[in-house]
Design a protein around this ligand. Structure first.
Ligand code: ATP
Ligand code: MG
Length: 173
């Protein structure tokens, strides 16, 4: 059953969850496969990977609504945007247009009680056979771990940021 799409979770507190997912996208694109990235969290501005995505015909990139940010004042707005993003994810999964879909930072939806984790389980269970799905974000819900084929928890050992070194263009964003 090597042709069945994989379900992968990249979690943990260390750096590399999103970039490992994008590394897999790079690999899939190399074989002419179609890839979709849906980002649930709002980024701070320009990200190199988004700029690159614009140049790749087989890679579609969506930021759900304008992304959500977890500010206490905007919690209802964040919930609305997150749920809108989940509807988009459902649409793209069901479209059967893609070989790989990355749901970046989706772990925060059940974590912040924006969405019942069973909705994500259902989405993954009903995916087209060939489709692989990668979910990223810290504190992956045990149910997501349970339904995944492959789960990796990035373990932080040290990070430049803790030594006061600022994020670098082309490396951290
Ligand atoms: P990356 O996008 O680099 O793979 P990530 O997806 O594992 O990181 P997130 O929690 O999504 O981690 O990180 C958001 C941003 O914070 C990214 O720019 C990332 O490089 C940076 N980052 C990740 N881990 C750490 C850390 N331990 N300390 C400081 N910054 C971090
Ligand atoms: Mg990330």
């Amino acid at each position: 059953m090597t042709d069945r799409g994989r379900v992968i979770v990249n979690t943990g507190n260390g750096k590399g969850k999103t970039t490992a997912a994008l590394g897999t996208a790079f690999r899939a694109l190399g074989y002419g496969k179609k890839v979709c990235v849906i980002q649930f969290l709002k980024g701070k501005g320009k990200y190199g990977e988004r700029l690159m995505a614009e140049k790749l015909a087989n890679l579609d990139w969506f930021i759900c609504g304008k992304g959500f940010v977890f500010t206490k004042e905007n919690i209802e707005e964040d919930r609305r945007v997150a749920l809108e993003g989940f509807e988009l994810a459902k649409k793209q999964v069901e479209s059967d247009r893609y070989d790989l879909i990355i749901l970046d930072e989706i772990t925060y939806l059940p974590l912040y009680n924006f969405l019942d984790v069973e909705k994500i389980v259902e989405l993954v269970r009903n995916k087209p056979e060939r489709l692989s799905i990668i979910m990223t974000g810290r504190d992956a819900h045990p149910r997501l771990v349970e339904i995944a084929d492959t789960v990796t928890a990035m373990e932080p050992v040290k990070h430049a940021y803790e030594q006061g070194i600022k994020a670098q263009k082309g490396i951290e964003f």
